[in-house]
Design a protein. Structure first.
Length: 273
């Protein structure tokens, strides 16, 4: 029978890799991407029996790990939240697997969202092959560069053997998608701050018109509004709304709470009771 498990062989590399450090990933795993890259990822599994819903998380331009080699707080917190709600969670490391660090200040980056869309599909196929995952209940969620990856994933990279149950993009860069004739296989929810000067909201509003896109806007919120305990600050970036290369990044507590509630209620629809 032809199915997605295809040649995407995978193996657990280290079980309980970060077990000595509270809050870190439970397992580091390896699988093959659509472009042949040997990808690593971080797997979180709930302590529950039976087939569970699952989530593939696509990281932002900074990558999965920070300068100290620890999972970035936003990604770790979301992964643990999903796991604690009963989901199997996989966070592919698109950049580290290709020996790249942060690309937040890099314009000529070969690891594009379109390339990473293949990583998302391969990660979903890996989860679909697991005995503890219900392949009919796999969600895809991405942040920033990973949000743009999500938009490409529902356009170019269809996973084999299953389809995404829900698709969510946090503050993606939407510029150019509409002009390129973006189409989608699945409905998409975009969560975006109106004050975002890194990946501005206006192109996403344009993209949503006449398409199966639900725009959730948070008034006055900047890029990274759901990042925990990060007071807004000005940082350098490869792109900015005003062309200066300086953008605002940081927490908006109101938007963060609303986004958590929205996403968790949406994912609750992937659970059977």
């Amino acid at each position: 029978m032809r199915f997605a498990f295809r040649p995407f062989a995978f193996a657990v590399l280290v079980s309980g890799l970060f077990g000595a450090t509270p809050g870190e990933a439970q397992e580091r795993v390896a699988f093959t991407g659509r472009d042949g890259t040997e990808l690593s990822g971080y797997l979180f599994t709930p302590d529950r029996a039976g087939r569970r819903p699952a989530v593939v998380m696509m990281h932002g331009c900074g990558g999965v790990l920070d300068d100290r080699g620890r999972m970035r707080e936003r990604d770790r917190e979301w992964a643990e939240r999903f796991r604690d709600a009963g989901h199997v969670v996989l966070v592919p490391d698109s950049f580290g697997s290709r020996r790249s660090g942060s690309v937040c200040t890099t314009r000529d980056n070969p690891i594009t969202p379109r390339v990473r869309a293949g990583d998302a599909a391969a990660a979903g196929e890996m989860l679909a092959a697991r005995k503890d995952v219900d392949r009919s209940r796999i969600a895809l969620i991405g942040w920033s560069h990973g949000g743009s990856t999500v938009l490409h994933a529902v356009w170019h990279s269809k996973p084999e053997g299953f389809e995404w149950r829900s698709v969510t993009a946090f503050y993606p860069g939407c510029r150019g998608f509409a002009a390129a004739g973006w189409t989608q296989r699945r409905p998409v929810t975009i969560l975006h701050g109106t004050a975002d000067d890194w990946t501005p909201i206006e192109p996403c509003r344009d993209l949503a018109r006449g398409r199966a896109v639900t725009m959730i806007e948070y008034d006055g919120a900047h890029h990274g509004f759901d990042t925990p305990a990060t007071p807004p600050r000005r940082i350098r970036a490869a792109y900015s709304k005003d062309g200066s290369g300086i953008v605002t990044f940081g927490t908006d507590e109101g938007a963060r709470a609303k986004a958590i509630d929205r996403v968790m209620r949406m994912l609750a629809g992937t659970r059977k009771g």
